[in-house]
Design a protein. Structure first.
Length: 164
């Protein structure tokens, strides 16, 4: 969703999604912070520069590489907060993104609220990547990521919930 108003250079794009997933707060936090688990649900594919990276935690820093629209880009990921109920990180590269996850237990499941704030950056690479990422997110990539997160947390053999 594009927020309008103010100077166009200061305008940010914001996407939000919510899902109810199986599991407990601790298993959701693990799925959001363990690199091999993140790869199962992430809205955009990526590779860690350090393949031996451990779970994300407050203060951790990782360098990742991803490709969108055929353009390869590196991002420095800094984790501001990683605790039960909350994960916040900043990805900085040709694009700058603030990513936040809030989650809480509710009736035997976990409600997950996710948001991505895409901040403006100058330059041709940023413009190309931004256009492609905006298109992917506008097409529902964050919603699909939450669905995949829920699928990755579903105990083996448990049937998929029926749509309401």
């Amino acid at each position: 969703m594009l927020l309008l108003g103010g100077d166009p250079q200061e305008t940010e794009d914001v996407w939000r999604a919510r899902a109810s997933v199986p599991g407990e707060i601790g298993t959701v936090l693990a799925a959001l912070t363990e690199p091999e688990l993140i790869a199962e649900w992430a809205p955009v594919g990526f590779e860690l520069e350090n393949p031996q990276a451990t779970a994300l935690h407050a203060g951790s820093h990782e360098r990742v590489c991803g490709s969108i629209a055929g353009v390869k880009a590196f991002f420095d990921v800094d984790v501001a907060c990683a605790e039960p109920g909350r994960l916040e990180l900043v990805a900085d590269g040709p694009l700058a993104m603030d990513v936040a996850w809030r989650f809480r237990a509710q009736r035997g499941r976990v409600v997950v609220d996710a948001s991505i704030v895409l901040r403006h950056r100058g330059g041709l690479t940023a413009k190309i990547l931004r256009g492609a990422l905006v298109a992917v997110l506008n097409a529902g990539a964050l919603d699909r990521a939450l669905l995949r997160l829920g699928e990755s947390l579903r105990p083996e053999g448990e049937p998929e919930p029926l749509a309401a």
